[in-house]
Design a protein around this ligand. Structure first.
Ligand SMILES: [Ca+2]
Ligand SMILES: [Ca+2]
Ligand SMILES: [Ca+2]
Length: 168
């Protein structure tokens, strides 16, 4: 059932990612692109990308930068055009997972943002997902998910559990 909750969160997420690229964002991407394209050639080359990443506090080796460009360079020019740059930006914002995904799933489950998941939360989630699960099963699930055994399932517990059960 946890897997279903994750899948539901994933769906929600996909919606927001798609909806996220508004004209406003395109404008932002354009500005970012122009800022990175230091020589104004309309293409971002390795040096420009490396400088931009460094400015953001990311240290990448030349090889890493090259690989990054290669993975995004759909027209094979060896540099990033605007379209390719946009896919870099959108990939990046979608790539907060899996931690972000778990956070989404967690807040989906944690009704009222208590900071932990209760039996009642699971009961509601089961209802929403139209799953028939007995209270005993839900309790067992909670117990299983409470990795540190303090009686509450918080985000860290959920993360560890999902990692363990390799729902991710
Ligand atoms: Ca350039
Ligand atoms: Ca290219
Ligand atoms: Ca706990």
């Amino acid at each position: 059932m946890l897997k279903k909750a994750i899948a539901a969160a994933r769906k929600e997420k996909a919606k927001t990612v798609k909806a996220r690229i508004t004209p406003q964002h395109m404008q932002e991407f354009k500005e970012a692109f122009e800022a990175v394209d230091a020589d104004g050639s309309g293409e971002i080359d390795e040096t420009e990308l490396r400088m931009a990443m460094a400015a953001l506090g990311f240290q990448h080796t030349k090889d890493e930068i090259r690989r990054m460009i290669k993975s995004l360079d759909s027209d094979g020019s060896g540099t990033l055009g605007f379209e390719e740059f946009v896919s870099l930006m959108t990939n990046k914002s979608a790539k907060k997972e899996p931690k972000q995904e778990i956070k989404d799933a967690f807040s989906l489950l944690d009704k009222g943002s208590k900071g932990f998941i209760s039996l009642e939360d699971l009961r509601l989630a089961a209802q929403e997902l139209r799953e028939t699960v007995s209270d005993e099963q839900l309790e067992a699930m909670l117990k299983l998910a409470d990795v540190d055994g303090d009686g509450k399932v918080d985000g860290t517990d959920l993360y560890k559990t999902l990692k363990k059960t390799s729902a991710l």
